[in-house]
Design a binder for this molecule. Structure first.
Ligand code: NAD
Ligand code: UDP
Length: 338
């Protein structure tokens, strides 16, 4: 049985990926400092899968702890989710973001190198495409960042490319996520932001659950079919399955490759709102407000490379994403804290 070390495994995408890893027969070791997640999520994973997870509550910047973990367990590969992800917060606290995300990854990579663990799947983001002039975007599009969060992803990508150049025995998959939404169809794990959500879907589900009053739609005069921003929403379980494909890939190849994980379809804010209302039977009050600084009008993926090389394809449509997001939120109106 192969052991996968999952950093940030208690978080939204980490929990969903851990469930898929356990179900595929991997053993999972999680390191998470619980800065944006709750231990309850791990218990839910264990109940859901009937399997156990080894959890280390700690920080990826803690070299001694990594030393202890890597000397105790025989690790096949690392899936690296741990990181801070709030764009606005990264603008007000850039050093915190560079420290946590960039310096944290540096410690992790150095320790992996020391222990000869040279397979990694890294959580990058479509934000590394900056403000693309056209969509779909493929992996060869120019890269840039519009805020410190995006810059941390870009810097880590560069670090990984340099690492491979210096030592071609590394095997590195960089996964550029588009917009993960939805939840496991059991309704027992899902997205549970600590603060008021920054992202659209958790905001909508919290309005539906009565935790927030109304949705603000950021701008309705973009050059899109209804004037609101267009994104490529992807079911978090499809995203999780992309990590299993990437793990198979890094198990069989050396190199450094970036892969888009998106559906290839774009939906506007109003499209998503309408589909959510239809699938949940809830009415979501909203008002149109000003644009959010730095927002792109439209971006969606070209997922051909992931399909061709990883053999990965999405299975869930936008309706399923909305149903599953609502099942999670309505079963857990206060998230894990209830
Ligand atoms: P999340 O906040 O739910 O999960 C991240 C986890 O990492 C949390 O459990 C947090 O406690 C942990 N963590 C943060 N810093 C840590 C540290 N220094 N040491 C140990 N643990 C630490 O976020 P998520 O949505 O699951 O995102 C996972 C990854 O995917 C992140 O790197 C994020 O930047 C990236 N990503 C997310 C999205 C998205 O929309 N959710 C999109 C693109 C990329
Ligand atoms: N959005 C919105 N209201 C919100 C949050 C987001 O209108 O409260 C819009 C946002 O302008 C963008 C889309 O919804 O067009 C997706 O935003 P999100 O923050 O989820 O993803 P990102 O912009 O980072 O891709």
């Amino acid at each position: 049985m192969k052991t996968i070390f999952v950093t940030g495994g208690a978080g939204y995408i980490g929990t969903h990926t851990t469930v898929q890893l356990l179900e595929a027969g991997y053993e999972v070791i999680i390191l998470d400092n619980l800065s944006n997640s709750r231990q309850e999520a791990i218990q839910r994973i264990e109940i859901l899968t009937g399997k156990t997870v080894t959890l280390y509550v700690g920080d990826i910047r803690d070299q001694e702890l990594l030393d202890e973990i890597f000397s105790t367990h025989s690790i096949h590969a690392v899936v690296h989710f741990a990181g801070l992800k709030a764009v606005g917060e990264s603008v007000s606290q850039p050093l915190h973001y560079y420290d946590n995300n960039v310096a944290g990854t540096l410690v992790l990579l150095r320790m992996m190198d020391q222990y000869g663990i040279k397979r990694i799947v890294f959580s990058s983001s479509a934000t590394v495409y900056g403000i693309p002039t056209t969509s779909p975007v493929d992996e060869s599009f120019p890269l840039s960042a519009t805020n410190p969060y995006g810059r941390t992803k870009l810097m880590i990508e560069e670090m990984l490319r340099d690492l491979y150049t210096a030592d071609p025995s590394w095997s590195i998959a960089i996964l550029r996520y588009f917009n993960p939404i939805g939840a496991h169809d059991s309704g027992t794990i899902g997205e549970d932001p600590f603060d008021v959500p920054n992202n659209l879907m958790p905001y909508i589900t919290q309005v539906a659950a009565g935790r927030l009053k109304e949705l603000q739609v950021f701008g309705d005069d973009y050059p899109t079919h209804d004037g609101t921003g267009v994104r490529d929403y992807i079911h978090v379980v499809d995203l999780a399955l992309g990590h299993l494909k990437a793990l198979e890939y890094v198990g069989n190849h050396v190199g450094v490759e970036a892969f888009n994980l998106g559906t290839g379809k774009g939906y506007s804010v109003l499209d998503l709102l309408q589909t959510f209302q239809q699938e949940s039977g809830q009415t979501i009050p909203y008002q149109i407000t000003g644009k959010r600084d730095g927002d792109v009008a439209a971006i969606f993926a070209d997922p051909q490379k992931s399909k061709a090389i990883l053999g990965w394809e999405v299975r869930h449509d936008i309706e399923a994403m909305c149903r599953d997001a609502w099942r999670w939120q309505s079963n857990n109106p206060k998230g894990y804290s209830e």
